[in-house]
Design a protein around this ligand. Structure first.
Ligand code: COA
Length: 497
């Protein structure tokens, strides 16, 4: 396709430059807001030019994105020493190492909050935005690609914008996006999203053409998702959750179309959604953050009516299938800014069933989604807190053990708290499900042990609970032993000892 069909403002065609020339606009110490959300729609050329420069001269930036980036961009920027600070989410092994070594300051944020803090100047402003686009409209408006993430607010709030026109991103993405930006306080109105398919904004990011300082033409594809296919354990988790949802229908709290569904990132949450293919539910809706393979599998199975998200992150085979026949899906999809896909106001209004993944949870329902053994960052809280806190039903899933059984994912006390017991309704492992609604801590713990703990750890958990309960308290604990399983893991390589 000719470039003029992509850059529809004639005057802007003069601003097409090399990635190196565009990256030269970024100076040491700047705050840079880049597109990209869970490996979808990230700027692909300018960050690499920036990494090359950082290898040759002192250059460190604060990098904000929507969420994680594909094409190894976080790794390459880290290896080049280009990152001083990084927010609000990442999932790269190299960057994770640098964060845990204290070399990169990582600000792990609720994904709905970053642009809210930027807009109200609670954090340092974005100097320059770098946004991947399908097209630039005659008035300068930017049509994003496979994610919206934080791109709209970055572009609106930054002084200058670099646009990467990606020729490999198909034109039919145009029209998929719904860009709504909340008004400034005190004149802010309610966000008018009242159902998963509400269109309340513009199909492009509205910025004046003058703000576009450089345009770079690229053609690298998005990276594929890394989620693994469902296995016996994730299928068992999905089975337990399906039984619970059937129970909710029998109780008259839901009908067979359920409530709008949110599924977290990763293999387990994807597999749980996949499990709904073989359920009696129908005409489902998703109001989620990342649309993964399972979204399109549910469409294909005739189970899903509509899906709203902030990005689409698919495996290579699913991507091929969906891209080849996108017309089938397009009018049943919306991509929104993550501030809206994850907004507490909307999540509470729609009454969402939120399914997110824990690294570990404890006997009372506190959940750790981010820190291995209490100290080492995995990926970040992402949107799990936005959804868990405000959902109609907040579910956390995990396999009962990790690392070939050396780690129990159910522990006496979580080693880091992302979601407090107050934000968690249902816990599920392949062993079973614990429905915590309406239960006091002393009622929760025996249920979690009986239903969720792996048999190898059940006696240890019961012993801890019995001795803690004998000592008393509303939430019984042996404070000196509460992290004893983690200590044993650090000392011996196994929680079993
Ligand atoms: N202690 C240490 N490691 C653990 C663990 C524990 N208690 N539980 C799981 N792990 C390890 C697994 O062994 C696996 O390691 P590997 O990559 O070396 O094989 C890794 O964590 C991922 O676990 P997996 O079982 O494959 O689950 P996943 O892909 O579904 O990811 C999270 C799980 C928690 C890491 C991921 O969901 C996440 O980052 N969540 C937080 C953000 C979030 O929820 N966002 C969604 C909001 S929309």
């Amino acid at each position: 396709m000719a470039i003029h069909e992509r850059i529809r403002n004639h005057a802007l065609r003069d601003r097409v430059v090399t990635a190196e020339a565009a990256a030269a606009l970024i100076q040491d110490g700047m705050v840079v807001g880049m597109s990209g959300f869970t490996r979808a729609g990230e700027a692909k050329a300018v960050p690499l030019a920036l990494a090359a420069r950082a290898r040759a001269e002192p250059l460190k930036i604060t990098l904000m994105t929507g969420a994680s980036l594909g094409n190894d961009i976080d790794r390459l920027l880290t290896e080049a020493g280009a990152l001083a600070r990084r927010m609000p989410f990442q999932s790269d092994a190299g960057l994770r190492r640098a964060i845990n070594a204290g070399e990169v300051m990582f600000i792990d944020q609720h994904l709905s909050e970053t642009v809210e803090q930027l807009r109200s100047r609670q954090i340092a402003p974005v100097d320059i935005a770098v946004v991947e686009a399908v097209a630039i409209l005659p008035d300068g408006g930017i049509v994003p690609t496979t994610s919206v993430g934080n791109s709209a607010s970055f572009a609106i709030l930054a002084e200058k914008v670099i646009v990467e026109i990606n020729l490999s991103q198909p034109m039919w993405l145009e029209g998929l996006h719904d860009i709504y930006i909340p008004q400034r306080r005190p004149a802010r109105m309610p966000i008018p999203v009242v159902s998963t398919d509400s269109r309340v904004g513009l199909p492009y990011i509205p910025i004046p053409a003058e703000k576009i300082a450089a345009i770079v033409v690229t053609q690298n594809a998005d990276s594929s998702s890394t989620v693994l296919p469902p296995d016996a354990e994730t299928a068992a988790i999905a089975g337990h959750l399906t039984e619970l949802l059937k129970h909710e229908v029998r109780q008259g709290r839901l009908d067979e179309t359920l409530a709008p569904l949110q599924a977290g990132i990763g293999t387990i949450a994807n597999a749980v959604m996949h499990g709904l293919i073989d359920s009696p539910f129908h005409d489902l809706r998703m109001y989620s953050e990342v649309l993964q393979d399972s979204t399109f599998e549910l469409f294909d199975a005739g189970k899903l009516g509509f899906a709203s998200g902030a990005s689409m992150t698919l495996s290579a085979p699913c991507q091929q299938r969906v891209m080849a026949d996108f017309g089938r899906y397009k009018n049943r999809l919306i991509l929104r800014p993550q501030e809206i896909s994850n907004h507490p106001e909307v999540i509470r209004r729609l009454g969402i069933i939120a399914v997110n993944t824990a690294l570990e949870f404890d006997l009372y329902g506190n959940v750790n989604s981010t820190h291995v053994a209490g100290t080492r960052m995995m990926n970040g809280i992402g949107g799990s807190g936005d959804f868990a806190r405000n959902a109609w039903l907040s579910v956390f899933v995990t396999k009962s053990v990790a690392k070939a059984g050396a780690i129990s994912s159910v522990v006496p006390f979580v080693s880091h708290v992302d979601h407090t017991e107050h934000d968690v309704d249902i816990l599920v492992t392949e062993q079973g499900l614990a429905d915590l609604r309406g239960l006091a801590p002393r009622e929760r713990a025996p249920l979690i042990i009986a239903n969720c703990v792996h048999p190898d750890y059940r006696d240890m958990a019961r012993d801890y609970l019995d001795r803690a309960t004998a000592r008393g308290g509303h939430t019984p604990h042996l404070i000196e032993e509460a992290l004893g399983w983690h200590q044993r893991l650090e000392a011996t390589g196994s929680m079993r000892g």
